[in-house]
Design a protein around this ligand. Structure first.
Ligand SMILES: [Zn+2]
Length: 182
């Protein structure tokens, strides 16, 4: 068990300071200039079977990482400070897995001091509507989902926007027609 002192000592490491974020809750911020490829923090957790992982996901645990064919990682544990890192649609870091299936958050480009460190949570397409995104990136697509699904989500949103615009125009025409009848 970790006591509060122990946790406090982990609220910063060499690269990251954890404090409240404008994106959501707590976030991690660069304490110095960070070069691309730097390992920033390990995404630690409890290894669990696929069966247990499925149950966790169904229960709404959003901190599950797929590791390999047998095991996943439950990152919702209190000692995993990396769980506070926010998602971004235009992230400056990424999750990488080594040969021993340990997960590290690694700088994907140069990060300036004070910049919030973000990565793409890689959520499935199927639940994108349940996870709105407020990352603030110019390229934010509005939902937390893996980059491979961004184009698909953008197409869906464009179709929905056209349908909404058409419905509004139809309603306006109906109102205009009913006014003419009076
Ligand atoms: Zn976003």
């Amino acid at each position: 068990m970790q006591d509060s002192n122990d946790q406090a000592s982990h609220s910063t490491n060499r690269w990251i300071e954890f404090r409240p974020s404008g994106i959501h809750g707590m976030g991690g911020f660069a304490r110095a200039k960070i070069r691309k490829g730097t390992r920033l923090i390990e995404y630690v957790g409890r290894r669990m079977s696929k069966q247990e992982s499925l149950a966790e996901c169904e229960a709404g645990n959003t901190f599950v990482f797929t590791l390999n064919d047998r095991e996943d990682l439950d990152g919702s544990v209190s000692w995993n400070w990396a769980r506070f890192l926010n998602h971004s649609c235009a992230p400056n870091a990424e999750a990488e897995q080594d040969e021993e299936d340990r997960v590290f958050i690694v700088a994907a480009r140069t990060i300036r001091p004070g910049e919030e460190i973000t990565f793409n949570y890689g959520y499935d397409f199927s639940e994108y509507q349940d996870n709105p995104c407020a990352c603030g990136a110019a390229a934010c697509i509005g939902f937390i989902t893996a980059e491979e699904f961004h184009a698909k989500v953008r197409r869906i949103l464009a179709v929905e926007a056209r349908a909404r615009a058409k419905a509004a125009a139809d309603r306006a025409r109906v109102r205009a027609a009913s006014r003419r009848k009076k």
